[in-house]
Ligand binder design. Structure first.
Ligand code: 4AD
Ligand code: MG
Length: 468
């Protein structure tokens, strides 16, 4: 047996009179007097193929008893022009095979609309719904677009490790990895865990970012990117945080903050264009059923320049909004604060109504590796803030000066020994370089208008949630 013709191609270019075989899962079944309508979906497109089984096909009665919503079928037949609305062809069945029945009484996906909360409890079945189907096709298209973008620009895709000893962001939000039996951890004399007896002979973690390794590779290949899973043990139960999420991290040698911003902007434009071109039906569905600004947002991204403001100006804009009593925020605004999601959304969603790149944040609130500006107060950081989402990209020009970097590591309270190889890169052929990290799920959220990040990754990992 081999996978037969996929339904999306049949719907697009199938010709009446053609004989063919399809395979998929029954979405709906409707019985009339002498025949039955069966809608079959194989995941290749939003729309399924309408099949008409008439009572004179062999074994009609038995087959129709076994065909129900959720059942898996293989159907051979002849295409005919469809009189029905919204479809060009339908399949007149001549032979039906049911692989797996599905008990209509207990099958959790009934014809009614289910809430996304409920669908999360059936993560093994939810991909068979219209919305999740569209999400995962768009997610796939985003990934293809990303690889295409970098391939065309001579960036090498580098696979950075998931197991690591270092905390890239220095935020202490890492999951520990061990092969100790947690009920009997070997202890040293001081009563602490004796990691010398553990697998790596030292504490090990799941990576929070592939950036530091990407920096290593950019010092050999000039332009590289990573695209893989990253992990954060932050206890943030929000609609924008996952404990396991995918990150895309380009890193460029011979590049400053401006080059970094230009790349981020071209990158997002490319991904939106690609998805609009290749997933038009799915995008139209999101616009109609999920969030009515989806298509407008996509066009806006593709056609317009992003706004660029410094952190200092952004703070002034927020203060002005408060002063003019246009706006109240839960968190106070003053120079030095880390922008909260409400501040980010005000700037992108209400004030500029498009993505905003905020640059030059206070050094105190950003990671040790960001390049210190001449004012000695701010760093060459950039965050891309998107309407509805807030921060979608975080990046920076990196500190390439050995002495400044050493000082920053010490000031951040990090052990310098752990970063010996990172510092070595500044000893041997150091160069101005820059890069950023895009939260892949936040991109898919932004693109589709889905309000919860748990619904744009097949198997979300969040606090207290590890099913499937
Ligand atoms: O801003 P972050 O922490 O930056 C870094 O990790 C850098 N090392 C990236 C780099 O310069 N190479 O994370 C980057 C992006 C954020 O802008 C956000 O979109 C996403 O990753 N992100 C998360 N997405 C989902 N769940 C979480 N818990 C996330 N934390 C960050
Ligand atoms: Mg960030």
């Amino acid at each position: 047996m081999t996978n037969s013709q996929r339904i999306k191609h049949i719907l697009k270019s199938g010709q009446p009179g053609e004989t063919l075989t399809i395979q998929g899962w029954v979405r709906t079944k409707r019985s009339a007097k002498k025949f039955t309508f069966i809608e079959v979906n194989d995941g290749s497109s939003m729309n399924g193929l309408q099949v008409i089984a008439s009572e004179d096909i062999p074994g009609y009665e038995t087959h129709m008893e076994r065909v129900s919503t959720g059942a898996s079928v293989q159907i051979t037949g002849t295409l005919a022009e469809s009189p029905g609305k919204g479809q060009s062809v339908e399949l007149q069945a001549s032979d039906i095979e049911v692989f797996g029945e599905s008990d209509g009484e207990t099958y959790p996906l009934q014809k009614k609309r289910h809430s996304f909360e409920f669908l999360r409890t059936i993560g093994h079945l939810r991909s068979r719904t219209n919305t999740l189907g569209a999400v995962f096709r768009v997610r796939n298209a985003c990934a293809i677009a990303i690889h295409e973008f970098f391939w065309k620009r001579d960036f090498l895709w580098m696979h950075t490790p998931i197991l690591t000893a270092s905390d890239c962001e220095g935020a202490g939000e890492m999951f520990t990895v061990t092969r100790f039996n947690l009920d009997s951890i070997p202890q040293s004399e001081s009563g602490k865990a004796d990691y010398s007896q553990d697998f790596f002979g030292r504490p090990a973690y799941l990576t929070v970012s592939g950036q530091l390794e990407a920096e290593i590779m950019s010092m050999a290949f000039s332009n590289v990117y990573t695209f893989g899973p990253t992990f954060r043990a932050e206890n943030s139960n929000t609609a924008r945080h996952l404990a396991e999420f995918w990150m895309v991290e380009p890193e460029m040698a011979f590049c400053n903050l401006e080059g970094n911003m230009d790349l981020a902007e071209a990158f997002l434009k490319h991904v939106f264009s690609y998805v609009m071109e290749n997933c038009a039906d799915d995008m139209a569905f999101f616009n109609q059923r999920i969030e009515k600004t989806v298509l407008e947002t996509a066009e806006n991204i593709i056609d317009n320049d992003f706004e660029r403001v410094t952190y200092t100006d952004a703070i002034a804009l927020l203060e002005r909004a408060i002063k003019n009593s246009d706006k109240t925020f839960e968190f106070p605004v003053e120079w030095g604060i880390d922008l909260q999601s409400e501040h980010e959304r005000y700037l992108a969603e209400e004030l500029f109504k498009k993505p905003v790149i905020v640059t030059d944040y206070p050094a105190e609130i950003k990671a040790f590796y960001m390049r210190l500006n001449d004012d000695n107060k701010t760093v060459a950081a950039m965050d891309v803030l998107a309407p509805r989402i807030g921060e979608i990209i975080g990046g920076a020009q990196r500190e390439e000066r050995l002495d400044v970097l050493e000082r920053r590591i010490t000031e951040a309270g990090l052990p310098k020994e752990d970063y010996w190889w990172y510092l070595d890169l500044r000893r041997y052929g150091t160069v101005p370089h820059a890069g950023f990290g895009l939260g892949f799920e936040r991109l898919v959220q932004f693109m589709t208008g889905m309000s919860n990040i748990r619904d744009v990754i097949p198997f979300p990992r969040t606090p207290d949630n590890l099913d499937f």
